[in-house]
Design a protein around this ligand. Structure first.
Ligand code: NAI
Length: 337
Protein backbone atom coordinates (compact mmCIF):
# COMPACT_ATOMS: atom_id res chain seq x y z
CA UNK A 1 0.00 0.00 0.00
CA UNK A 2 1.13 3.57 -0.74
CA UNK A 3 2.22 5.67 2.27
CA UNK A 4 -0.63 7.84 3.60
CA UNK A 5 -0.75 11.36 2.13
CA UNK A 6 -1.46 14.08 4.66
CA UNK A 7 -3.76 16.60 3.04
CA UNK A 8 -4.40 19.89 4.83
CA UNK A 9 -7.39 21.97 3.71
CA UNK A 10 -8.15 25.46 5.02
CA UNK A 11 -11.63 26.94 4.82
CA UNK A 12 -12.79 23.35 5.09
CA UNK A 13 -16.29 24.26 6.26
CA UNK A 14 -16.90 26.77 3.46
CA UNK A 15 -18.75 26.18 0.19
CA UNK A 16 -15.74 25.02 -1.82
CA UNK A 17 -14.46 22.96 1.10
CA UNK A 18 -17.80 21.21 1.34
CA UNK A 19 -17.73 20.24 -2.34
CA UNK A 20 -14.02 19.39 -2.31
CA UNK A 21 -13.68 17.12 0.69
CA UNK A 22 -16.01 14.39 -0.52
CA UNK A 23 -14.11 14.19 -3.78
CA UNK A 24 -10.70 14.06 -2.11
CA UNK A 25 -12.10 11.38 0.19
CA UNK A 26 -13.38 9.25 -2.67
CA UNK A 27 -9.96 9.23 -4.34
CA UNK A 28 -10.59 11.66 -7.18
CA UNK A 29 -7.68 13.93 -6.28
CA UNK A 30 -4.88 11.41 -5.78
CA UNK A 31 -6.26 8.25 -7.35
CA UNK A 32 -8.08 5.18 -6.10
CA UNK A 33 -5.05 3.63 -4.37
CA UNK A 34 -3.88 6.61 -2.34
CA UNK A 35 -4.91 6.63 1.32
CA UNK A 36 -5.25 10.10 2.83
CA UNK A 37 -5.34 11.75 6.21
CA UNK A 38 -7.40 14.95 6.17
CA UNK A 39 -6.19 17.83 8.33
CA UNK A 40 -9.01 20.35 8.29
CA UNK A 41 -8.39 23.95 9.26
CA UNK A 42 -11.03 26.58 9.99
CA UNK A 43 -11.43 29.77 11.97
CA UNK A 44 -12.65 29.55 15.57
CA UNK A 45 -16.15 30.39 14.32
CA UNK A 46 -15.85 27.73 11.63
CA UNK A 47 -15.11 24.91 14.10
CA UNK A 48 -18.77 24.09 14.71
CA UNK A 49 -19.83 23.75 11.06
CA UNK A 50 -16.55 21.90 10.46
CA UNK A 51 -17.69 19.31 12.97
CA UNK A 52 -20.75 18.67 10.80
CA UNK A 53 -18.61 18.43 7.65
CA UNK A 54 -16.36 15.92 9.41
CA UNK A 55 -19.38 13.84 10.43
CA UNK A 56 -20.44 13.71 6.78
CA UNK A 57 -16.98 12.57 5.68
CA UNK A 58 -17.19 9.88 8.33
CA UNK A 59 -20.61 8.88 7.02
CA UNK A 60 -19.17 8.48 3.54
CA UNK A 61 -17.31 5.42 4.93
CA UNK A 62 -14.45 6.07 2.51
CA UNK A 63 -11.87 3.29 2.58
CA UNK A 64 -9.12 5.74 1.59
CA UNK A 65 -9.73 8.15 4.50
CA UNK A 66 -7.59 6.99 7.41
CA UNK A 67 -8.01 9.90 9.77
CA UNK A 68 -9.70 13.32 9.91
CA UNK A 69 -8.50 16.04 12.28
CA UNK A 70 -9.97 19.51 12.89
CA UNK A 71 -8.17 22.56 14.18
CA UNK A 72 -8.14 26.35 14.13
CA UNK A 73 -4.36 26.41 14.57
CA UNK A 74 -2.58 26.35 11.20
CA UNK A 75 0.65 25.20 12.87
CA UNK A 76 -1.18 22.05 13.97
CA UNK A 77 -3.23 21.71 10.80
CA UNK A 78 -0.21 21.89 8.47
CA UNK A 79 1.77 19.47 10.64
CA UNK A 80 3.78 17.17 8.39
CA UNK A 81 1.44 17.96 5.47
CA UNK A 82 2.31 16.57 2.04
CA UNK A 83 -0.37 18.71 0.41
CA UNK A 84 -2.08 21.94 1.43
CA UNK A 85 -5.14 23.31 -0.33
CA UNK A 86 -5.67 26.88 0.86
CA UNK A 87 -9.32 27.71 0.33
CA UNK A 88 -10.01 29.78 3.45
CA UNK A 89 -9.98 33.52 3.16
CA UNK A 90 -11.82 36.68 3.93
CA UNK A 91 -14.62 37.54 1.52
CA UNK A 92 -15.25 41.09 0.42
CA UNK A 93 -17.54 42.81 2.90
CA UNK A 94 -19.89 45.75 2.21
CA UNK A 95 -18.01 48.95 1.42
CA UNK A 96 -14.66 47.19 1.48
CA UNK A 97 -12.07 48.54 -0.94
CA UNK A 98 -10.14 46.08 -3.08
CA UNK A 99 -6.91 47.12 -1.36
CA UNK A 100 -8.47 46.40 2.07
CA UNK A 101 -9.47 42.96 0.85
CA UNK A 102 -5.95 42.38 -0.44
CA UNK A 103 -4.36 43.36 2.84
CA UNK A 104 -6.83 41.35 4.96
CA UNK A 105 -6.08 38.24 2.95
CA UNK A 106 -2.36 38.93 2.77
CA UNK A 107 -2.32 38.97 6.59
CA UNK A 108 -3.97 35.54 6.63
CA UNK A 109 -1.55 34.18 4.01
CA UNK A 110 1.47 35.60 5.83
CA UNK A 111 0.40 33.64 8.90
CA UNK A 112 -0.26 30.52 6.85
CA UNK A 113 3.06 30.76 5.02
CA UNK A 114 4.83 30.89 8.38
CA UNK A 115 2.80 27.96 9.66
CA UNK A 116 3.63 25.92 6.53
CA UNK A 117 7.29 26.78 7.00
CA UNK A 118 7.14 25.71 10.65
CA UNK A 119 5.25 22.49 10.30
CA UNK A 120 4.64 21.11 6.78
CA UNK A 121 6.93 18.76 4.85
CA UNK A 122 9.68 20.61 2.98
CA UNK A 123 8.29 19.37 -0.33
CA UNK A 124 4.66 20.20 0.53
CA UNK A 125 2.55 20.84 -2.56
CA UNK A 126 0.48 23.98 -1.99
CA UNK A 127 -2.52 25.09 -4.02
CA UNK A 128 -3.96 28.52 -3.25
CA UNK A 129 -7.62 28.81 -4.21
CA UNK A 130 -8.68 31.74 -2.01
CA UNK A 131 -8.73 35.13 -3.67
CA UNK A 132 -6.73 37.12 -4.58
CA UNK A 133 -5.17 33.75 -5.33
CA UNK A 134 -1.97 34.78 -7.14
CA UNK A 135 -1.01 37.38 -4.60
CA UNK A 136 -1.98 35.18 -1.67
CA UNK A 137 0.43 32.57 -3.05
CA UNK A 138 3.16 35.21 -3.32
CA UNK A 139 2.63 36.28 0.30
CA UNK A 140 2.50 32.72 1.67
CA UNK A 141 5.64 31.72 -0.20
CA UNK A 142 7.48 34.86 0.94
CA UNK A 143 6.88 33.78 4.54
CA UNK A 144 7.98 30.19 3.91
CA UNK A 145 11.68 30.65 3.22
CA UNK A 146 12.52 26.95 3.70
CA UNK A 147 10.03 25.79 1.06
CA UNK A 148 10.90 26.19 -2.61
CA UNK A 149 8.59 28.81 -4.25
CA UNK A 150 7.88 26.32 -7.04
CA UNK A 151 5.88 24.27 -4.51
CA UNK A 152 3.27 27.07 -4.33
CA UNK A 153 0.65 27.40 -7.07
CA UNK A 154 -2.42 29.58 -7.39
CA UNK A 155 -5.43 28.09 -9.10
CA UNK A 156 -6.35 29.16 -12.62
CA UNK A 157 -7.63 25.72 -13.58
CA UNK A 158 -11.23 26.84 -13.21
CA UNK A 159 -10.60 29.59 -15.78
CA UNK A 160 -8.85 27.03 -17.98
CA UNK A 161 -11.83 24.67 -17.76
CA UNK A 162 -14.24 27.52 -18.41
CA UNK A 163 -12.32 28.42 -21.58
CA UNK A 164 -12.46 24.82 -22.79
CA UNK A 165 -16.19 24.69 -22.08
CA UNK A 166 -16.86 27.86 -24.09
CA UNK A 167 -14.89 26.58 -27.09
CA UNK A 168 -16.65 23.21 -26.90
CA UNK A 169 -20.02 24.99 -26.75
CA UNK A 170 -19.19 27.19 -29.73
CA UNK A 171 -17.79 24.45 -31.97
CA UNK A 172 -19.87 21.45 -30.91
CA UNK A 173 -16.69 19.52 -30.04
CA UNK A 174 -16.43 17.49 -26.86
CA UNK A 175 -14.58 19.21 -24.02
CA UNK A 176 -11.96 16.46 -24.18
CA UNK A 177 -11.20 17.39 -27.80
CA UNK A 178 -10.31 21.00 -26.97
CA UNK A 179 -6.58 21.20 -26.21
CA UNK A 180 -3.85 23.74 -25.57
CA UNK A 181 -5.94 26.62 -24.28
CA UNK A 182 -3.94 28.88 -22.00
CA UNK A 183 -4.90 31.21 -19.18
CA UNK A 184 -2.24 33.88 -18.76
CA UNK A 185 -1.74 35.97 -15.66
CA UNK A 186 -4.04 36.72 -12.79
CA UNK A 187 -7.09 34.81 -11.58
CA UNK A 188 -9.15 37.97 -12.01
CA UNK A 189 -10.98 39.82 -14.74
CA UNK A 190 -7.65 40.82 -16.34
CA UNK A 191 -6.69 37.21 -17.06
CA UNK A 192 -6.08 36.44 -20.71
CA UNK A 193 -7.80 33.29 -21.98
CA UNK A 194 -5.73 32.61 -25.10
CA UNK A 195 -6.73 30.43 -28.04
CA UNK A 196 -3.68 31.21 -30.19
CA UNK A 197 -2.28 27.69 -29.78
CA UNK A 198 -5.54 25.89 -29.07
CA UNK A 199 -6.71 22.87 -31.03
CA UNK A 200 -10.23 21.59 -31.61
CA UNK A 201 -10.24 17.94 -32.67
CA UNK A 202 -6.60 18.43 -33.68
CA UNK A 203 -7.23 21.48 -35.89
CA UNK A 204 -6.28 25.09 -35.00
CA UNK A 205 -9.11 26.53 -32.89
CA UNK A 206 -8.79 29.93 -34.59
CA UNK A 207 -9.59 28.28 -37.96
CA UNK A 208 -12.38 26.08 -36.62
CA UNK A 209 -14.05 29.01 -34.81
CA UNK A 210 -13.20 31.43 -37.61
CA UNK A 211 -14.81 34.33 -35.74
CA UNK A 212 -12.35 36.76 -34.21
CA UNK A 213 -15.21 39.02 -33.10
CA UNK A 214 -16.69 36.20 -31.03
CA UNK A 215 -13.32 35.46 -29.49
CA UNK A 216 -12.60 39.06 -28.53
CA UNK A 217 -16.08 40.28 -27.67
CA UNK A 218 -17.74 37.19 -26.20
CA UNK A 219 -15.30 34.42 -25.36
CA UNK A 220 -12.65 36.46 -23.54
CA UNK A 221 -14.99 38.63 -21.41
CA UNK A 222 -17.23 35.67 -20.64
CA UNK A 223 -14.35 33.57 -19.28
CA UNK A 224 -12.96 36.58 -17.42
CA UNK A 225 -16.30 37.34 -15.77
CA UNK A 226 -17.81 33.88 -15.50
CA UNK A 227 -17.78 33.97 -11.70
CA UNK A 228 -20.05 37.03 -11.69
CA UNK A 229 -22.31 35.48 -14.33
CA UNK A 230 -22.83 32.43 -12.09
CA UNK A 231 -23.55 34.54 -9.02
CA UNK A 232 -26.04 36.48 -11.13
CA UNK A 233 -27.83 33.28 -12.14
CA UNK A 234 -27.80 31.19 -8.97
CA UNK A 235 -27.17 33.77 -6.28
CA UNK A 236 -24.22 31.67 -5.08
CA UNK A 237 -20.57 31.68 -5.98
CA UNK A 238 -19.21 28.94 -8.20
CA UNK A 239 -18.14 26.57 -5.45
CA UNK A 240 -18.63 23.16 -7.01
CA UNK A 241 -16.87 24.01 -10.28
CA UNK A 242 -14.06 25.58 -8.24
CA UNK A 243 -13.76 22.38 -6.19
CA UNK A 244 -13.79 20.35 -9.39
CA UNK A 245 -10.98 22.48 -10.82
CA UNK A 246 -8.92 21.99 -7.64
CA UNK A 247 -9.36 18.23 -8.09
CA UNK A 248 -8.23 18.50 -11.73
CA UNK A 249 -5.21 20.65 -10.85
CA UNK A 250 -3.96 18.36 -8.09
CA UNK A 251 -4.75 15.12 -9.92
CA UNK A 252 -2.79 16.23 -12.99
CA UNK A 253 0.07 17.59 -10.93
CA UNK A 254 0.42 14.45 -8.83
CA UNK A 255 -0.62 11.71 -11.23
CA UNK A 256 0.64 13.42 -14.41
CA UNK A 257 -1.34 14.43 -17.48
CA UNK A 258 0.93 13.44 -20.37
CA UNK A 259 1.24 16.00 -23.14
CA UNK A 260 -1.93 17.87 -22.13
CA UNK A 261 -1.39 21.59 -21.41
CA UNK A 262 -2.63 22.88 -18.05
CA UNK A 263 -2.78 26.44 -16.80
CA UNK A 264 -1.35 27.08 -13.34
CA UNK A 265 -0.27 30.31 -11.70
CA UNK A 266 3.33 29.66 -10.70
CA UNK A 267 6.30 31.59 -9.43
CA UNK A 268 7.64 33.55 -12.40
CA UNK A 269 11.25 32.80 -13.30
CA UNK A 270 11.34 35.53 -15.95
CA UNK A 271 10.06 33.30 -18.77
CA UNK A 272 7.87 35.02 -21.39
CA UNK A 273 9.32 38.35 -20.21
CA UNK A 274 7.21 38.29 -17.04
CA UNK A 275 8.77 39.90 -13.98
CA UNK A 276 10.32 37.36 -11.64
CA UNK A 277 8.74 36.80 -8.27
CA UNK A 278 5.06 37.28 -9.09
CA UNK A 279 2.65 34.35 -9.44
CA UNK A 280 1.57 34.29 -13.08
CA UNK A 281 -0.60 31.72 -14.84
CA UNK A 282 1.21 30.02 -17.73
CA UNK A 283 0.87 26.77 -19.70
CA UNK A 284 2.49 23.77 -18.03
CA UNK A 285 3.03 20.07 -18.53
CA UNK A 286 2.38 17.99 -15.41
CA UNK A 287 4.84 15.13 -15.01
CA UNK A 288 3.40 13.56 -11.84
CA UNK A 289 4.59 13.63 -8.23
CA UNK A 290 4.12 17.41 -8.17
CA UNK A 291 6.68 17.97 -10.95
CA UNK A 292 5.78 20.38 -13.75
CA UNK A 293 7.49 22.32 -16.48
CA UNK A 294 6.52 25.53 -18.22
CA UNK A 295 5.83 25.29 -21.92
CA UNK A 296 8.20 27.88 -23.33
CA UNK A 297 8.57 26.50 -26.82
CA UNK A 298 5.60 28.39 -28.26
CA UNK A 299 5.37 31.17 -30.85
CA UNK A 300 5.77 34.73 -29.56
CA UNK A 301 2.38 36.34 -28.86
CA UNK A 302 0.88 38.59 -31.53
CA UNK A 303 0.24 42.25 -30.76
CA UNK A 304 -3.23 41.67 -29.27
CA UNK A 305 -2.05 38.81 -27.03
CA UNK A 306 1.03 40.75 -25.93
CA UNK A 307 -1.16 43.68 -24.83
CA UNK A 308 -3.53 41.36 -22.96
CA UNK A 309 -0.63 39.63 -21.18
CA UNK A 310 0.86 43.00 -20.31
CA UNK A 311 -2.38 44.24 -18.72
CA UNK A 312 -2.66 41.28 -16.37
CA UNK A 313 1.07 41.49 -15.59
CA UNK A 314 0.62 45.14 -14.55
CA UNK A 315 -2.30 44.25 -12.30
CA UNK A 316 -0.22 41.61 -10.53
CA UNK A 317 2.60 44.08 -9.96
CA UNK A 318 0.07 46.51 -8.47
CA UNK A 319 -1.30 43.77 -6.22
CA UNK A 320 2.20 42.97 -5.04
CA UNK A 321 2.77 46.63 -4.23
CA UNK A 322 -0.51 46.80 -2.29
CA UNK A 323 0.64 44.03 0.07
CA UNK A 324 4.30 44.97 0.20
CA UNK A 325 3.97 46.02 3.84
CA UNK A 326 3.10 42.40 4.66
CA UNK A 327 6.12 40.88 2.94
CA UNK A 328 9.20 39.98 4.98
CA UNK A 329 11.44 43.02 5.18
CA UNK A 330 8.42 45.29 4.69
CA UNK A 331 6.52 46.92 7.51
CA UNK A 332 5.09 43.62 8.79
CA UNK A 333 1.92 44.16 10.79
CA UNK A 334 0.41 41.92 13.43
CA UNK A 335 -1.93 39.31 12.00
CA UNK A 336 -5.47 40.05 13.17
CA UNK A 337 -7.12 37.10 14.94
P1 NAI B 1 -16.80 30.53 1.87
O1 NAI B 1 -16.94 31.88 2.47
O2 NAI B 1 -18.01 29.67 1.69
O3 NAI B 1 -15.75 29.67 2.71
C1 NAI B 1 -14.54 30.19 3.17
C2 NAI B 1 -14.22 29.49 4.47
O4 NAI B 1 -12.92 29.88 4.87
C3 NAI B 1 -15.17 29.86 5.61
O5 NAI B 1 -15.70 28.69 6.18
C4 NAI B 1 -14.27 30.61 6.59
O6 NAI B 1 -14.63 30.38 7.94
C5 NAI B 1 -12.92 30.01 6.26
N1 NAI B 1 -11.77 30.85 6.66
C6 NAI B 1 -11.66 32.19 6.61
N2 NAI B 1 -10.46 32.58 7.06
C7 NAI B 1 -9.79 31.45 7.39
C8 NAI B 1 -8.51 31.20 7.92
N3 NAI B 1 -7.68 32.19 8.22
N4 NAI B 1 -8.14 29.91 8.13
C9 NAI B 1 -8.98 28.89 7.85
N5 NAI B 1 -10.22 29.08 7.35
C10 NAI B 1 -10.61 30.34 7.12
O7 NAI B 1 -16.08 30.76 0.46
P2 NAI B 1 -15.89 29.73 -0.75
O8 NAI B 1 -17.02 29.91 -1.72
O9 NAI B 1 -15.59 28.38 -0.23
O10 NAI B 1 -14.61 30.36 -1.45
C11 NAI B 1 -13.35 30.33 -0.80
C12 NAI B 1 -12.36 31.19 -1.54
O11 NAI B 1 -12.12 30.70 -2.84
C13 NAI B 1 -12.79 32.65 -1.72
O12 NAI B 1 -11.65 33.46 -1.45
C14 NAI B 1 -13.17 32.72 -3.16
O13 NAI B 1 -13.02 34.02 -3.67
C15 NAI B 1 -12.16 31.78 -3.77
N6 NAI B 1 -12.48 31.25 -5.10
C16 NAI B 1 -11.43 31.01 -5.94
C17 NAI B 1 -11.64 30.47 -7.19
C18 NAI B 1 -10.48 30.22 -8.12
O14 NAI B 1 -10.76 29.83 -9.25
N7 NAI B 1 -9.22 30.40 -7.74
C19 NAI B 1 -12.99 30.16 -7.66
C20 NAI B 1 -14.03 30.39 -6.67
C21 NAI B 1 -13.76 30.93 -5.44
Amino acid sequence: ELPIKKVAVTGAAGSIGYALLMRISSGQMFGPNQPVELQLIETEVGMKPLKGVTMEIMDGAFPLVRKVTQTSDPNVGFGDADVAVLVGGKPRGPGMERSDLMSANAAIFAEQGKALNNSAKRDVSVLVVANPANTNALVASAHASDIDPSRFKAMTRLDHNRAIAQVAGKTGAMAGDVKKVVIWGNHSATQYPDLSNALVEGKPALDVINDIKWIREEFIPRVQKRGAEIIGASGRSSASSAASAAIDHMRDLHLGSGDSWQSMAIHSDGSYGIDTGIWFSVPCLCRGDGVYERIVDIPAPDEFSAAMIDATRKELLEERDTVRHLLPGGDVQAVPK
